[in-house]
Design a protein around this ligand. Structure first.
Ligand code: IPM
Ligand code: MG
Length: 357
């Protein structure tokens, strides 16, 4: 098949990990006779430096015209002044909104080879396979008014948490569909004992649940969920939640696997529109340019891209199997190595995955 893929390397370790994922995609194209055309765009701090804005119109156009988008990471110390007029993260939010990718899928899978990388006891994390579905284009991240003002001589700031019924319904529906294809269990996470937006979330979720009698659906309050993720993570199948809760719970869940450097994500909108794929880790400025970043989360994001945006399930499975093999053979980047275990660099890890394909 022919496909156009837009690459957004971004900041920090972004360019290093995206380069490895691109090489893996090129190897897949060679092996399976596909023709992938790559375009690169600017986003985040790199875009601010070059153009003064975190998401140039040109970049958004490259993304909406592509079959899929693969992003590295945005942000860094250089652009983190809270008083700055433009911030790298604004580019990411504008991109998610501009592409209409309202459902962010964050799979948390503990590979057998890495069960001992988790700070939790191996018997607790073995077999964990959770899919977190985070609402991505609503809630506190996008509500208005937002900002700081001085009222009666005192600095005051406001954020707005608003959800429309249709924003909840579409993402909850998608989560039910995923649960149906997995272990038929859905956990909806909210704070309905305090927040009005959560009470609407719960109401709409129950309405959608009627259409999925084959899926067991439970509601859990977000604080309790944070606790259950640690003491019984293997009980979860699909978790669906609003934007901010999903942001926090997915970082927490990543620690079940022991490394933020392992977790991919897919952000999807309406069927037929391009998806946005990115590792869930950040730009890691402290290790940028050193060639030691773990490229596996980005490579696994490329696998999700192959499956969800290009319909290439076999190719996606081949990439995932190659990653599992390389880890089973003992290759470790610094973030997942045990003390004293030999470490490979970013490019070497990419080489190993390509060789295992
Ligand atoms: C994530 C990140 C982003 C978010 C930041 C960089 C804006 O933490 O993708 O989880 O909060 O959504
Ligand atoms: Mg986050």
């Amino acid at each position: 098949m022919k496909a156009t893929i837009t690459l957004l390397p971004g900041d920090g370790i972004g360019p290093e990990v995206v380069a490895e994922a691109r090489r893996v995609l090129e190897a897949i194209a060679d092996t399976y006779n596909h023709e992938f055309t790559f375009h690169e765009g600017l986003i985040g701090g790199a875009a601010i430096d070059a153009t003064g804005t975190a998401l140039p119109d040109e970049t958004l156009a490259l993304c909406t015209a592509a079959d899929a988008v693969l992003l590295g990471a945005v942000g860094g110390i250089k652009w983190s002044d809270p008083k700055a007029a433009v911030r790298p993260e604004q580019g990411l939010l504008k991109l998610r909104e501009g592409m209409g990718v309202y459902a962010n899928l964050r799979p948390v899978v503990v590979l057998d080879a890495l069960a001992d990388a988790s700070p939790l006891r191996p018997e607790r994390v073995r077999g964990v396979d959770v899919m977190i579905v985070r609402e991505l284009t609503g809630g506190l991240y996008f509500g208005t008014p937002q900002g700081q003002e001085t009222i009666d001589g005192e600095r005051t700031a406001v954020d707005t948490l608003r959800y429309h019924e249709r924003e909840i319904r579409r993402v909850v529906q998608l989560a039910f569909e995923l649960a149906r294809g997995r272990r038929q269990k859905l956990t909806s996470v909210d704070k309905a004992n305090v927040l009005a937006s959560s009470r609407l979330w719960r109401e709409v979720t129950h309405e959608v649940a009627v259409e999925y009698p084959d899926v067991v659906c439970e509601d859990i309050l977000v604080d309790a969920c944070a606790m259950y993720l640690i003491n019984r993570p293997a009980d979860f199948d699909v978790i669906v939640t609003e934007n901010m809760f999903g942001d926090i719970l997915s970082d927490e869940a990543s620690m079940i696997t022991g490394s933020l450097g392992m977790l991919p994500s897919a952000s999807l909108g309406e069927p037929g529109t391009p998806g946005l794929y990115e590792p869930i880790h950040g730009s890691a400025p402290d290790i940028a340019g050193k060639g030691i970043a773990n490229p596996l989360a980005t490579i696994l994001s490329a696998a999700m891209l192959l499956r969800s945006s290009l319909g290439l399930a076999e190719e996606a499975a081949a990439v995932e199997a190659a990653v599992a093999r390389v880890l089973a053979d003992g290759a470790r980047t610094a973030d997942i190595a045990r003390p004293g275990q030999p470490r490979v660099g970013t490019v070497e890890m990419g080489d190993l995955v390509i060789a295992a394909l």
